[in-house]
Design a protein around this ligand. Structure first.
Ligand SMILES: *[C@@H]1O[C@H](CO)[C@@H](O)[C@H](O)[C@H]1NC(C)=O
Ligand SMILES: *[C@@H]1O[C@H](CO)[C@@H](O)[C@H](O)[C@H]1NC(C)=O
Ligand SMILES: *[C@@H]1O[C@H](CO)[C@@H](O)[C@H](O)[C@H]1NC(C)=O
Ligand SMILES: *[C@@H]1O[C@H](CO)[C@@H](O)[C@H](O)[C@H]1NC(C)=O
Ligand SMILES: *[C@@H]1O[C@H](CO)[C@@H](O)[C@H](O)[C@H]1NC(C)=O
Ligand SMILES: *[C@@H]1O[C@H](CO)[C@@H](O)[C@H](O)[C@H]1NC(C)=O
Ligand SMILES: *[C@@H]1O[C@H](CO)[C@@H](O)[C@H](O)[C@H]1NC(C)=O
Length: 486
């Protein structure tokens, strides 16, 4: 059974020449279980803080960490720094429990279902509320207002958390910027085939029709050839695999490795070179298809050679990779296993493919999915409705002060909020944008759409802050210190 799991984690892209951001690392003891009074354990949650742009009464800009080491997100969310410099703010990046160094049971965190059971979005949100409360005590005391306003920021799963923390805990957070946050990529909210359709459309429009056709054909050819031992050897050589294919499982692994790469190339189709999982040129989709289209693909083996050549844009951009290890952890910095567990419990995101996309057909089958989860973690998803029961599905009209932003090149926009829900829950579209490109610091190669989105965020945040100070300060203090500031 094929599992579609970790796409969310390809949420960042380093630019090698980008500024390195500096922080002080701190820890806070948080309850292991926020929802029980009979479990008293606590653990140390790591957070990164920068108070260089903070003055008394300033807001807190709070990044709701997602499924990876928080320092990586902190280095890839320059927008928050740009804004803090401009407006004045305390910058905090909080690490999600069970990722990075925030391991509640140390190196035993992943060793039993009992321990892993404390990994969930709900617990993580409660951690953040707990930390925000502590920050208020540290930084909000002796000022004119009781609590500092807090703006939550997040991208991808972190964007989902940013939106949800505002929805569930409006007392703790004043407003949220939720970038590329697929809060509707759940059962019954979004057709499961939309994700791969977007990947296909982007490859067609930025690459070419023939590129789509070549990739579409490749699956059948791969299945056919790998039926024989000689075919397995040939395919292993064509794709320069470190370990030659031996069995059906290896073939399955190769195919899912390939489809993950196609998704990644689309998701991080930034206009400038990045080097997150791997060094990648700017506009990688175009480069990928150019390499494929410029190779002969008439015969079956030629076609696979053409695909393998395109793939090198992603796997071998530096020309220094000897062979492709399809079984290696695709993203050591990211919590692959943790996300796998979450997608088996509270973040069940159905994804499937049909004849309308370039991927091998693949149906979403909840019970099969559930079985694979049980095999891996001895845990089953309770039912497919869990995320909706916990976070409210499409019924978010009563929320306020949230901006959802989505790059339309990003396959995750399939589950995003692409329309305005109300005057206070709004959506901004970035037609030429990839995965949460708007949270990155500005770049000379940014297109207009991204600049507009960042301006939009800034205007909304200023509006929320102005209103907050107006409501929470005596009028004379507001008039003297805050009127017109935001
Ligand atoms: C905050 O970030 C800026 C930019 O990286 C850096 O110059 C400054 O030293 C940092 N301050 C702290 C307290 O780390
Ligand atoms: C939790 O802490 C309280 C107060 O210290 C104590 O009375 C109680 O026995 C503890 N419960 C557990 C399960 O440790
Ligand atoms: C976990 O850490 C402890 C203490 O540092 C060590 O003794 C043990 O071998 C480690 N276990 C694993 C599975 O790494
Ligand atoms: C697979 O192989 C069979 C038998 O050689 C052939 O008829 C069929 O067209 C092949 N399919 C593909 C997709 O290459
Ligand atoms: C192939 O994968 C299945 C399911 O994960 C497993 O039960 C089986 O042992 C594997 N077979 C081989 C030859 O690795
Ligand atoms: C990477 O590129 C180099 C230089 O062209 C080549 O020798 C090597 O085989 C390539 N490796 C892979 C995995 O494609
Ligand atoms: C939502 O409303 C804003 C104006 O507040 C507008 O700029 C934006 O384009 C609208 N979004 C969508 C998806 O229509």
């Amino acid at each position: 059974m094929k599992l579609i799991l970790l796409f969310l984690t390809i949420s960042v892209g380093f630019i090698s020449n980008e500024e390195e951001y500096k922080f002080i690392t701190k820890y806070i003891d948080v309850p292991l279980d926020h929802f029980s009074f009979t479990v008293n354990n606590t653990f140390k949650l790591r957070y990164l803080i920068n108070d260089s742009y903070f003055n008394q009464d300033d807001p807190i800009f709070f990044y709701t960490g997602n499924e990876g080491d928080i320092s990586m997100f902190a280095q890839n969310t320059g927008f928050i720094f740009d804004l803090a410099r401009k407006l004045g703010a305390l910058i905090v990046f909080a690490e999600h429990r069970f990722y990075g160094e925030t391991l509640p049971f140390g190196n035993a965190s992943y060793s039993s279902p009992q321990n892993l059971g404390y990994l969930s979005a709900q617990q993580a949100l409660a951690d953040y509320v707990y930390l925000i409360n502590d920050l208020q005590k540290q930084y909000g005391k002796n000022v004119d207002i009781i609590k500092l306003p807090v703006i939550a920021f997040g991208g991808s799963y972190g964007g989902m958390l940013a939106a949800w923390i505002r929805i569930k805990y409006p007392y703790a957070v004043t407003g949220a910027i939720a970038s590329s946050a697929p809060i509707w990529q759940f059962q019954g909210l979004t057709p499961c085939e939309n994700f791969y359709k977007i990947v296909t459309d982007v490859i067609r429009s930025l690459g070419s029709e023939s590129c789509v056709n070549t990739l579409t054909k490749s699956w059948g050819i791969l299945r056919n050839l790998t039926k024989t031992d000689k075919g397995k050897t040939d395919v292993s050589n064509t794709f320069k695999l470190c370990q030659p294919l031996k069995n059906q499982n290896n073939t399955d692994a190769l195919l899912s490795w390939l489809s993950d790469i196609y998704v990644n190339i689309v998701m991080i189709n930034y206009p400038y070179p990045t080097s997150f999982l791997v060094p990648l040129p700017g506009n990688p989709v175009k480069e990928f298809c150019q390499a494929i289209d410029s190779s002969d693909s008439t015969g079956d083996e030629d076609l696979l050679t053409a695909v393998a050549k395109g793939l090198e844009i992603y796997t071998n951009f530096t020309s220094s990779v000897k062979c492709n290890d399809i079984l290696a952890d695709p993203a050591p910095n990211l919590g692959y296993l943790g996300w796998y567990f979450q997608s088996c419990t509270d973040m069940i995101m159905p994804i499937c493919s049909t004849k309308d996309d370039l991927f091998e057909d693949y149906q979403w089958d909840f019970s099969e999915f559930s079985n694979s989860c049980f095999k891996k973690f001895s845990v089953r998803p309770r039912n497919e409705e869990v995320p909706i029961l916990e976070f409210g599905g499409k019924d978010i009209e009563t929320a306020t002060n949230i901006v959802f932003s989505n790059g339309l090149l990003d396959p995750w926009s399939s589950g995003g909020v692409l329309k305005n829900i109300s005057s206070q829950v709004v959506s901004i579209l970035i037609p030429d944008g990839a995965h949460h490109v708007d949270l990155r610091s500005s770049n000379p190669l940014d297109n207009e759409d991204v600049k507009v989105a960042r301006q939009f965020h800034e205007i909304q945040i200023k509006k929320w802050l102005d209103k907050y100070y107006f409501h929470n300060l005596p009028l004379d203090v507001y008039s003297e210190k805050f009127k017109g500031r935001f």
